[in-house]
Design a protein around this ligand. Sequence first.
Ligand SMILES: [Zn+2]
Length: 165
Amino acid sequence: MENQFTSPAKKIWLSIPEYIRQTLLNNVWCSRCRTVTTIVDFKGSVENKDLILNGFCKKCGGEVARLIENESVNPVSVKRSDKIDIELTEYERNLLLKMVIIEEELTEKFRLARIHNGMLRFKLSPEDLDILLGHIAAETNHTKNSHYQNQLDALYDKLKNIEMS
Ligand SMILES: [Zn+2]
C-alpha cells in the first residue's frame, strides 16, 4: 500500500533527508509489542505545524504513531513556559513504558517523541511530570528486580532534577 500524505504533510516529509526519514520510520514505539518498531502503511498529516504519521506496526499490525516536529516550517517556535522539555534516551523511554504503568494519555505523550541530537524529546506539563514521578517511585518500591530498581531510581533522579531546574 502506498503511504498517503496530505499536501502540507508531504511538503514537510520531502524536506527531510532520505536517511533521516528512514531512521524516523524505523524508530516508532509500538505499545502492543512494547518495543521500537517500523511503521508501515502510514498516513501523514499536519497538526499544530508538526508532521504526524499514523500507521501500523510492521511486526504486530497494531496502530502506531510518530510525531515529527517541523522546525523549518515553524521557525518562530514559541517556547511555552507551562511545558517542560524532557530529554530521554531511547533506553530510558523504553524502560519507562515497559516498567511503569502510566495512564493512556501520558503513554501517548511518550509515544510521540521528537528526536533531537539522538535524544528523544517530550513536552510535559508540570502536573504530568509530577504524576510520572509518583508512578516511577511506586514502581521502584514495587519491583523485586534490583537491576530495574536501580535504573528506575536513576531515572527518577534525572526527572526530579529537570522538575526542579
Ligand atoms: Zn507491534
